[in-house]
Design a protein around this ligand. Structure first.
Ligand code: GNR
Ligand code: NI
Length: 222
């Protein structure tokens, strides 16, 4: 059992985004279902519900173990945990407009089996089987692809995939960059050096001298 206050210890995890090469990792089987794994499962649910999403594979949070969570209910009432999942039966075909938290903002039609039977370990390490159809079946297949390093964009044409990749890479350039302690210190030192240069009257490069005193480094971004 997790200690009291465990829910406050849960953490939202960072979701990797296409074309991050770590999303191409093939996950390894889970060998022990222990409290550490259950803590990860809690963090994955928090991350998925917060996003919000209907499923999340460990691969997406840079943990390369065969583990996924899903909840396709509208009120967070049907959480599923599948460890080492295997599809043992599938039939029918269904087409769904799929999205992915690792490919934010893009939705495309993908063909999947309509009905599946899955064998897996539950969060207590017990072997289970379940049947799924509809959106849950689609979601489980989407998550199991992640565990193989596969993304829904792999089912699209090369042209569509490249177009999505380029747009996401371009968007990323505009996104804030997380600071590590090292990069934070380097940024502090650089800005101190820059200021002391200005105080000593040795002007910085012409591109840095702006007529606007409050926003010398403001850059228009579209
Ligand atoms: O939140 C999600 N929605 C979704 C919609 C249609 C088909 C699959 C999905 S899964 C996705 C969350 C996600 O990226 N899981 O890996
Ligand atoms: Ni996904």
């Amino acid at each position: 059992m997790r200690p009291a206050g465990a829910s406050e210890m849960m953490a939202k995890l960072k979701i990797l985004e296409f074309p991050d090469p770590r999303l191409r990792t093939r996950a390894s089987p889970v060998d022990v279902v222990d409290d550490e794994l259950r803590a990860l499962i809690g963090d994955m649910f928090e991350t998925m519900y917060d996003a919000p999403g209907i499923g999340l594979a460990a691969t997406q949070v840079d943990v390369h173990k065969r583990l996924l969570v899903a909840d396709v209910s509208p009120d967070k009432s049907e959480p599923h945990v599948l460890i080492n999942p295997e599809i043992i039966e599938k039939d029918g075909v269904t087409v769904t407009d799929e999205g992915c938290l690792s490919v934010p903002g893009y939705y495309e039609e993908v063909e999947r089996a309509e009905h599946i039977r899955v064998r897996f370990l539950d969060r207590n390490g017990e072997a289970q089987e379940m049947e799924a159809e509809g959106l849950l079946a689609v979601c489980i297949q989407h998550e199991m692809d992640h565990l193989e390093g596969k993304l829904f964009v792999d089912y699209l044409s090369e042209t569509k995939r490249q177009r999505i990749r380029k747009k996401l890479v371009k968007e990323r350039r505009h996104a804030p960059v997380a600071m590590t302690p090292g990069s934070y210190l380097r940024a502090r030192l650089a800005s101190r050096a820059h200021r002391s240069q200005r105080w000593s009257g040795r002007a910085a490069s012409p591109s840095r001298s702006s007529p606007n005193p409050t926003g010398p480094r403001a850059v228009a971004r579209n």
